[in-house]
Design a protein around this ligand. Structure first.
Ligand code: CAA
Length: 263
């Protein structure tokens, strides 16, 4: 892989978009490599992923403007689909994904962070959807996910004005959950990932599925989704160990010793 690095630290996987000369902008090759990296994550071992960008200045400065500049209508649509397919894979990835946003998160950079379950950022982070200034719409999910995360009014304002916002404003509008000094960002992401990884893996996966699938349907259908995923946890080693530990007052029997069971 030329532009993606993937490291494993126990039960945490760290994906780094590594194209610093272009501030980690997403061209077709980066998208293909990211897709392949996700396909190769061993979800029987890894319990949470961290997604970040190489360097100290940029998470991802957007889709590659050079590559997009000569596209036809059909090619533009296909490029949008390529990005959307990878981002959807990330969004529906069976385990939680934390975006550790270490600088510019513009256009496709803001969009890829919104495909992750949780966003935290460094104090030098800048978010925005500058596309209308380039004569296009956000094309990797920005028109859909931003409104779902920060509300329709704020999303429309950000997208129509193409105005960038800094980390403190991203925190205020709920686009990120926390802001850290740059050097503390990855340690904080790892700590968060480790906290998630200590919990019952089947339950965590089912929570992700329930939240993702429930948010798109009405409440009557949503609670049925929850009921099924709740029921699915029973009779698993995790459920027996988790409840058994509580009943036996033995909190030392950590859930993490229970290997993930393929269903
Ligand atoms: N695509 C391609 N190359 C990019 C890029 C991008 N999105 N963003 C930065 N680069 C390249 C620059 O061209 C430059 O390359 P050279 O050194 O070869 O000239 C290099 O990265 C460094 O960038 P700058 O010199 O511009 O760095 P800066 O510190 O002065 O500015 C910046 C940083 C404000 C992020 C600026 O680079 C910028 O505005 N980038 C574009 C941001 C943007 O508009 N992103 C949205 C793209 S559209 C999109 O994403 C569509 C979609 O939804 C799918």
């Amino acid at each position: 892989m030329e532009f993606i690095t993937y490291e494993v630290e126990e039960m945490i996987g760290i994906i780094t978009i590594n194209r610093p000369k272009a501030l980690n902008a997403l061209n077709s090759q980066v998208l293909d490599e990211l897709n392949e990296t996700l396909d190769n994550v061993d979800v029987n071992v890894i319990r949470a992923l961290i997604l970040t960008g190489a360097g100290e200045k940029s998470f991802v400065a957007g889709a590659d403007i050079g590559e997009m500049s000569t596209l036809t209508k059909a090619e533009g649509e296909a490029f949008g689909k390529k990005g959307n397919d990878v981002f959807r894979k990330l969004e529906t990835f069976p385990i939680p994904v934390i975006a550790a946003v270490n600088g510019f998160a513009l256009g496709g950079g803001c969009e890829i962070s919104m495909s992750c379950d949780i966003r935290i950022c460094s104090d030098n982070a800048v978010f925005g959807q500058p596309e209308v200034g380039l004569g296009i719409t956000p094309g990797f999910g920005g028109t859909q996910r931003l409104a779902r995360i920060v509300g329709i009014g704020m999303a429309k304002q950000m997208i129509y004005t193409a105005r960038n916002i800094k980390a403190d404003e991203a925190l205020r509008i709920g686009l990120v959950n926390a802001v850290y000094p740059l050097e503390e960002l990855i340690p904080a992401a790892k700590k968060l990932a480790e906290t998630i990884a200590k919990n019952a893996p089947i339950a965590v996966r089912n929570c992700k599925k329930a939240i993702n699938e429930g948010i798109d349907v009405n409440m009557d259908e949503a609670i049925v989704i929850e009921e099924k995923l709740f029921g699915d946890c029973f009779e698993t080693e995790d459920q027996k160990a988790g409840m058994g530990n509580f009943l036996e007052k033995d909190k030392e029997k950590k859930l993490k010793v229970v290997p993930f069971q393929n269903k």
